[in-house]
Design a binder for this molecule. Structure first.
Ligand code: SAM
Ligand code: SF4
Ligand code: SF4
Length: 375
């Protein structure tokens, strides 16, 4: 009985349930292929979470004590269907989105995701270009799915891998998953042409920072772009502490001591990673410094949650419920106007406001979990 009461209390404070319900607009405004927010940041990327479930329990994302057998994952009926996702994505593309990233939870757990990729691959930007379609995965199912994903129209893949040390990797994914299977998935993705493959390593000081140089050496010269991500205070369940963040400057210094690097220009304004290249021609490496070097000033990303809420920031505490509009007969023009209005009003810049001393903005409301909103 006590257990049930605690769970109900948890649900009431669960950030997933905090929602803005957009009104059907009285006046329609056509998409112009270019949308700027209140801080003049252009909408460019849409990240779409296709499931809130995952077969890993990474300690920094879905810790087992919260995401246990009693955790209330979303029921199937709450998930956006592929048709709903495609419709929403099309409206975003009309507003200037050129890049779609499928994520989760673990996106390869969503049944028949290849069919969704085929649908999205048919979208065209207002100037007639195909849309860049990428996917972020833990790599556990990649070896056997890489070819079908490529055939469906996926452009590239990003694989998360936090260590090459099997013991540490098994501890970090917390489901005893072996590193060799993820490496097989990366090799297969490269083999079928889903490249350049990017590998994301979340660095937690004291947990896997000893793996920085071995990871850099392993992927040096392989064509894989390794990126080190600062451990972030996403969600409310991972018990984040500033002293577990290893600043990217230190990460790059350690890499540079082993393999000399020099900085590279960004590919485009708003790119999350700072890019470096090995001086000996061994390829590229990057850092994503969301904690120590906020990039809110150029943040061009919107996120669509598994159940169709639009989030304007990774650290948001409330989303805008587009699913109700998609399901209650609103027209494309009405939903498109709503999307435009929401983006126009965007002022989010959580990382820029994070205090240097404690790492956490004061009096911040509970944030939504990354497995729900999509990374
Ligand atoms: N399951 C897929 C995966 O792991 O690649 C996709 C979803 S996962 C939420 C997306 C990315 O978020 C992964 O690269 C993961 O390492 C990263 N991530 C999750 N929690 C994080 C945290 N607290 N700090 C930094 N990155 C985090
Ligand atoms: Fe799953 Fe990805 Fe989160 Fe790890 S980071 S628990 S693989 S969603
Ligand atoms: Fe974008 Fe929010 Fe991250 Fe800033 S904190 S870069 S606004 S997602």
């Amino acid at each position: 009985m006590t257990e049930t009461i605690i769970r109900l209390t948890d649900l009431r404070s669960d950030a997933r349930y905090t929602t803005h319900t957009p009104q059907i607009p009285a006046q329609i405004r056509a998409a112009a292929g270019h949308l700027e927010d209140a801080l003049a940041r252009r909408l460019h990327d849409l990240r779409i979470s296709v499931t809130d479930r995952c077969n890993f329990r990474c300690v920094y994302c879905m810790p087992k004590d919260v995401f246990d057998k009693d955790y209330a994952f979303l029921p199937q009926s709450s998930l956006l269907s592929f048709e709903e996702i495609e419709r929403a994505a099309r409206l975003f593309v009309e507003h200037g989105v050129e890049k779609l990233r499928l994520t989760g939870g673990e996106p390869l757990l969503r049944k028949h995701i290849e069919r969704l990729i085929e649908m999205l691959a048919r979208l065209r930007t207002p100037s007639g270009k195909p849309v860049d379609i990428t996917l972020t995965t833990n790599g556990s199912l990649l070896a056997r799915r890489a070819q079908s994903l490529k055939d469906a129209g996926l452009t590239r893949v990003t694989v998360s891998l936090d260590s090459l040390d099997d013991t540490i990797f098994r501890q970090m994914n917390d489901v005893d998953f072996p590193v060799a299977k993820v490496l097989e998935g990366i090799a297969e993705a490269q083999h079928v042409g889903l490249g350049p493959v990017k590998v994301n390593m979340v660095v937690k000081r004291g947990t896997n920072d000893a793996d920085i140089v071995p990871m850099a050496r392993h992927f040096h010269g392989s064509g894989v772009i390794l990126r080190f991500i600062e451990y972030m205070d996403v969600g409310t369940s991972n018990g984040w502490r500033m002293d577990e963040v290893l600043p990217s400057a230190e990460v790059i210094a350690r890499v540079n001591d082993a393999l000399a690097v020099e900085p590279l220009e960004a590919n485009y304004p708003g790119e999350t990673a700072q890019r470096w290249r090995y001086r000996d021609g061994g390829g590229e490496v990057g850092v994503i410094s969301s904690v120590t070097r906020a990039f809110c000033g150029t943040c061009s990303r919107a996120r669509l949650s598994t159940e169709g809420k639009l989030y304007l920031c990774l650290f948001a505490s409330a989303g805008h419920d587009l699913r109700t509009l998609l399901r209650n007969g609103a027209s494309d023009a009405q939903i498109s106007t709503v999307i435009g209005d929401i983006w126009h009003g965007r002022t989010d810049r959580y990382s820029a406001l994070r205090t240097a001393a404690t790492g956490l903005p004061e009096n911040a409301p509970p944030k939504v979990e990354m497995s729900y909103i999509g990374g």
